[in-house]
Ligand binder design. Sequence first.
Ligand code: SF4
Length: 221
Amino acid sequence: PPQASPPPPPATPPAVVELGAVSGLDWQPLREAVAGCTACALSQSRTQTVFGVGHPQAHWMIVGEAPGEQEDLRGEPFVGPAGQLLDAMLRALAMSREAEGEPAQRVYIANTLKCRPPRNRNPAPEELQRCEPFLVRQIELVKPRIILAMGRFAVQALLRSSEPIGKLRGRVHRYQGVPLVVTYHPAYLLRNLPDKARAWDDLCLAAAVAERAGAGLSPRA
Ligand code: SF4
């Protein structure tokens, strides 16, 4: 019988995004680099990349996980019910993603992954690793006083910790010297309403840290 033809060679892995390649980029080139990125397989299934939204110089930086269906379609992070919950929590602190006012009212929102994982599956470690330089550069450009890490994958990316959120929240961590507070992802809160009060406590802690930093006091680590 004829021999089965050998399997095709594996596709050449896409180039890893090197931190050095994006480390000096300003906002517009960084945005373009993300829009054209093919460093992981998610580039093949996305509708569009989801770069980030908010004020480029804000006291607050919120880091979420990965785009979902609505985010992938609209090109903006935290839209849909989870985004509405986040916006309501920010409004309660006199902040909004559109705020052009005082720096303390401004926020910049980005995800750890810029492309949607198919069927909203969990991000793969390699995808997080390849995408990380973009988030690192966004944080460098925003220079926030406080980072709010929402959800397990944001925490894994920024703190290199796989501890559950419940163990990491309630205290101030550090990311590259910037105070960081851990809290639940709004999508989780929609399914676990009792934890909303804890998330509100986390936001209040973050607000207190940002205020202390503004007053020239060193935040408690
Ligand atoms: Fe590039 Fe990040 Fe999208 Fe992967 S998820 S293709 S690393 S922008």
